[in-house]
Write a protein that binds this ligand. Structure first.
Ligand SMILES: *Cc1c(COP(=O)(O)O)cnc(C)c1O
Length: 394
């Protein structure tokens, strides 16, 4: 079989409409979100309004990055230095990083082999840690049973903050991810579901929380220029009590993102068609396990994962190397030393080491692959054939 020649990190171009909007912002020179003419609504404020509507959320804040949205949401939720914050043992570095950024201590919860948080371990760690906040990472777009998770959080008085970096556009039982707890945190970094290079979006229905987040983001006393924001009265004392930790989004990025929101759902369908082409083939290969996707889960498959249970570390390494020779860029989460964008709790030395045998056993044979929309469905079938042929030949 011929090697694959596509580029796994090549996203689609920014839509022409978005390029024109960006050029218009540059021509105007008003790139700062509070640099508006009388009556003008800044693109940043327009984006917040549009994304709040998309999510069915009351409020939205556009900010500098997904990681910023995460750390600001912890601060605005009242997390203080020394507090413990629960999070998945399988996530990317910005999540434990956001917890560390506020001086809190991550308490890592096991994941299942279906790559979602283990609710039994979550219940145990809620009791054992005394943590009051769960920063749930929908890592690689896999959604836990959100009704069961929310019931558990409610029973124990746990505040839920969702990391939706991989679930923009995804839903559980028809309800958008990011809408289940106090806050949803999204990223608009190039490899996520809409692309402004860098950027983040934070949504919530809680007025005090959002007022604090807006003040923290660096709104000075200009919060009335926001549209998807709580009423000005909400800011009466918050505006004086909340430190400014600059992390605003600028109008240029917002202008690039606005037109992309309109095609997000259509793109989700395109991603999922690519996913299906690969999943259908790989699910028939002996020795590979595709994480279960429950019918309640509507996912957005900007990537795909599979496990090879029982495969030894050296065999995993050789498999990745053979696939690379065939042009297929697989990431392996079991490597001793994390590579590129992979991440493993054992390499987060700034926090107490934690024992996660079930997570480690899962990551030991977990493979991960990007599915950029620049690949056609046929490309994906080709990639699946290359992987399947390798596994069937061993
Ligand atoms: C990308 C990412 C983030 C953070 O997003 P940035 O915009 O890059 O700061 C958070 N969580 C996960 C799981 C991510 O992949």
């Amino acid at each position: 079989m011929d090697a694959f020649t596509g580029t796994f990190t090549q996203q689609e171009p920014i839509p022409e409409e978005a390029i024109e909007a960006a050029v218009a912002v540059m021509r105007g020179g008003r790139l700062h979100r509070y640099n508006t003419e009388p009556g003008e609504i800044a693109p940043a404020a327009q984006l917040e309004e549009a994304f709040a509507a998309y999510q069915g959320a009351k409020y939205c804040l556009a900010c500098a990055s997904g990681g910023y949205a995460l750390s600001v949401s912890l601060r605005a939720a009242g997390v203080e230095p020394g507090d413990k914050v629960l999070t998945n043992g399988f996530t990317l570095a910005p999540v434990p990083g956001a917890i560390a950024a506020v001086g809190a201590e991550p308490v890592l919860v096991e994941i299942t082999r279906d790559l979602v948080i283990d609710l039994d371990d979550l219940a145990r760690k809620i009791d054992a840690s005394g943590a009051r906040v769960l920063m749930l990472s929908h890592m690689r777009g896999h959604l836990a049973d959100m009704e069961a998770l929310c019931a558990l959080c409610d029973d124990h008085g746990i505040t839920l903050i969702e990391d939706c970096a991989h679930t923009m556009g995804a839903k559980w039982n028809g309800r958008p991810s990011g809408g289940f707890g106090l806050a949803g945190c999204f990223s608009t970094q190039t490899y996520k579901h809409i692309n402004s290079g860098e950027g983040g979006l934070l949504t919530s229905d809680d007025p005090d929380f959002m007022a604090r987040a807006i003040m923290m983001s660096g709104s000075y006393m200009l919060y009335e220029r926001h549209r998807a924001a709580p009423a000005p009265e909400t800011f009466a004392t918050i505006r004086l009590e909340t430190p400014n930790m600059s992390g605003r989004m600028d109008n240029l990025r917002a202008a690039i993102l606005l037109p992309q929101l309109a095609t997000l759902d259509a793109n989700a369908a395109r991603w999922n068609a690519r996913y299906e082409a690969i999943a259908a083939r790989l699910s028939r290969v002996n020795g590979l396990y595709m994480p279960y996707r429950p019918p309640e889960e509507f996912f957005v498959a900007s990537s795909i994962q599979f496990l090879a249970p029982g495969m030894a570390p050296e065999a995993c390494e050789r498999f990745v190397a053979r696939m690379k020779d065939m042009g297929v860029e697989l990431k392996w989460f079991g490597a001793e030393d994390p590579v590129a964008f992979t991440s493993n709790h054992r390499s987060w030395h700034y926090m107490p080491a934690q024992d996660l045998p079930q997570t480690d056993a899962t990551l030991a044979t977990l493979f991960d692959m990007r599915l950029p929309l620049t690949f056609s469905v046929e490309d994906c079938a080709h990639i699946a054939d290359l992987i399947a042929t390798d596994r069937e030949g061993t």
